[in-house]
Design a binder for this molecule. Structure first.
Ligand code: UDP
Length: 451
């Protein structure tokens, strides 16, 4: 990053209202050094979202406490590695979190592994296996995985103060660097039932790390490396979560021909077997024997997930006048509008590391029916701020109950928003990272005693 941009961000972290980097740059070199600031991150002051923007939600004390922790880190350089710049919750949170860290003076970078289709086929299988699916872990698969990560290591020079590698795709990176800084493995997957052989293969990589972050305490594994538990969180200011007017929502729904004459039941997910879209269709069909509604299954495809196309194709067979299967999930305003307009959001996952879509819908005051698995269980308190379900029948029953009872929808929705304000805003996640960064000690060991 250019020095010019860096000093602007520092000014912003000091509380001054810095002009947008890049927007006022003159011609020539200065412009080249300046990043394009995406409008998604334009906050209340027409600048990058600042910690102070969160004051209405976390209070002045919260802002001060977090700023102090960030200051203690000085201009520490942090690099994140993951496998996709787009699609899924990891990219979603990295995009907001790295920007927020930079506004606080921490030099947080985000690098994405370059992978081949073969590589992503193997890493999706590893991902599925860590969530409990069977895998034939051949030496060819291991070679493809390790070779591509090695090539990425060759291309990426690191002299950072902290390295964070996300999910299994990035694990072997640690084999290819002389370690000058703490390395953290951040795993976002539901590790409640990992495949034994896969875990045995990956554990030696994991144990070379200095800390492991998992999303939920129940994912804890037998490891020598210390494990901590941070749940992801949402950015309330980006295009996906910011307030929308009714007219804006109407416009987005009309644009995609989504009918609003009946209540909407909505699931928004990557096209992925663990999200159980077929189960959602079955529950909806059962529910509509008693109530009228329209189901919208909105999805997108992550660049590191080669299975999405086949799942999407198979879902198309379920389409009818009242079951819409849309692949326009890249339109974040549509995601926002649907989560707001839905009478009920469903996230009927069979495995779910955390489930950002749950927090996103809850933030909008919409009641969520979630699969009783993984991170969803930490967000939804059954019957208090949403419902947890373990079968198609249970999901159908809750859809009917919610569609028939507007008062219940309102009560659960209000509690849901409060849950997110208290526990699932990005500042809480940021603070956990800062606490972890501040917990590493430097040790200087003599290799030998000089004569
Ligand atoms: N998402 C989206 N469009 C879609 C499907 C998903 O923008 O069509 C977003 C969703 O809003 C959330 C993220 O992708 O921010 C998914 O994160 P989650 O933790 O729910 O699931 P993951 O895909 O990481 O398993």
């Amino acid at each position: 990053m250019g020095h010019r941009v860096r000093s602007r961000l520092r000014q912003a972290a000091d509380g001054s209202c810095a002009p947008l980097p890049g927007l006022d740059a003159g011609a020539g070199k200065a412009r080249e050094l300046s990043p394009v600031v995406p409008s998604e991150n334009v906050g209340a002051h027409g600048s990058l979202v600042q910690l102070s923007d969160y004051e209405p939600f976390i209070g002045a004390d919260g802002v001060d406490r977090i700023s102090t922790k960030a200051r203690a880190l000085g201009d520490r350089r942090v690099v994140n590695f993951n496998a996709t710049y787009y699609g899924g919750g990891v990219a979603e949170t990295l995009s907001s979190l790295t920007l927020l860290m930079n506004t606080l003076g921490i030099e947080a970078e985000w690098r994405v592994l370059q992978g081949t289709p073969d590589f992503f086929n193997v890493t999706k299988k590893l991902h599925n296996a860590l969530q409990g699916a069977p895998i034939d872990l051949t030496s060819t698969k291991k070679r493809i995985y390790e070779e591509v990560v090695f090539e990425n290591a060759v291309r990426n020079y690191l002299d950072h103060d902290l390295v964070i590698a996300h999910d299994p795709q990035t694990l072997p990176l640690i084999d290819h660097y002389r370690k000058h800084a703490p390395w953290i493995w951040r795993c976002h997957i539901d590790l409640s039932h990992p495949d034994g052989a896969t875990w045995t293969y990956l554990a030696p990589f994991i144990e070379r790390f200095d800390a492991v972050i998992l999303s939920c305490p129940e994912y804890r594994q037998e490891l020598r490396t210390p494990q901590v538990f941070f749940m992801p969180a949402i950015n309330p200011f980006n295009r996906k979560n910011r307030e929308l007017s009714e007219a804006e929502i109407d416009e987005r729904l009309a644009h995609y021909g989504i009918p609003t004459d009946r209540p909407l039941v909505v699931q928004i997910s990557r096209f992925d077997r663990w999200k159980d879209p077929q189960g959602v269709v079955a529950a909806f069909q059962q529910a509509t024997r008693e109530v009228d509604a329209t189901l919208v299954l909105l999805g997108n495809f992550a660049t590191d997930d080669p299975e999405g196309g086949a799942i999407y194709e198979s879902l198309l067979k379920s389409r009818d006048e009242r079951i819409l299967v849309l692949s326009h999930g890249d339109d974040t305003a549509l995601v926002n509008g649907l989560q707001r307009r839905a009478a009920v959001v469903v996230q009927k996952s069979l495995r779910e590391g955390f489930g950002l879509t749950v927090a996103e819908a809850m933030w909008k005051g919409t009641p969520v029916i979630g699969g009783n698995v993984g991170g969803i269980r930490h967000q939804i308190e059954d019957g208090v701020n949403g419902f947890l379900v373990s079968s198609v029948d249970e999901a159908a029953t809750r859809i009917v109950q919610l569609l028939k009872d507007e008062g219940l929808r309102k009560r659960l929705g209000e509690r849901a928003r409060e849950t997110v304000r208290e526990r699932f805003l990005l500042t809480r996640y940021l603070e956990q990272y800062l606490d972890l960064f501040n917990s590493f000690e430097t040790s200087f060991r003599l290799r030998s005693v000089p004569a």
